[in-house]
Design a protein around this ligand. Sequence first.
Ligand code: MN
Length: 249
Amino acid sequence: MSDILFISDLHLSMRTPGIAGRFFAFLANEARAAGELYILGDLFEAWPGDDAIDDADEPCNGAVVAALRAFSDAGGQLGIMPGNRDFLLGETFARRSGARLLADPSVVERDGSRLVLAHGDALCAADTDYQAFRRQVRDAAWQADFLARPLAERKALADALRLQSESVKRDKPPQLMDVTTAAAEQLLREQRSEPARLTLIHGHTHRPAEHAHEIDGERVERWVTADWSEARGEYLRWDGKTLTRHALP
Ligand SMILES: [Mn+2]
């Protein structure tokens, strides 16, 4: 029985070579030894479309796809969920990296357990402005219109959106940008299927923690993955029974 590893929120870009270096080492070592890796959103800081893989101005993108490909070519099972930063990860990216693109939410059933996987942004239900924005950019017509623009224009738009979202975030109360208990419990109720034991794993909030919920009398754990920085990274390991949290220096 192989282990499953979970990471999220690396926010890879040219500006953070330390994170990319740690990720490449993690793929070649811990992830390859485990054999199965799920990336739960925001692997990239921004993703203007799959033609970004070959963008000569962003060599980090192609290097990441090559490292993912090396992992999957070596037999590694790779599932990647788009997050709110890289929601335009598409089939070309999946094919070239050897990854399976995961819907948000997704369920992994293993050893009598149901692991519910989400990025986490959809569960920040109190942030109604953000939820309206999320609906807009997840709309197929909006995405088709956006992807029809030249790459340089898409990159400029993505930069503008990022700067806008960072300035809006500074003005919002922190509790508004967290997962609400109601949204988490609604998702868990929808995904409950007896007798399997249920666990929710998500990222996005950059508030790594373990929370306990009670769903119809059953205790359910919600594990929040950590974001990575230049100084540190982290992954969760599922050994078939329990989750554990591991630091990467
Ligand atoms: Mn996110």
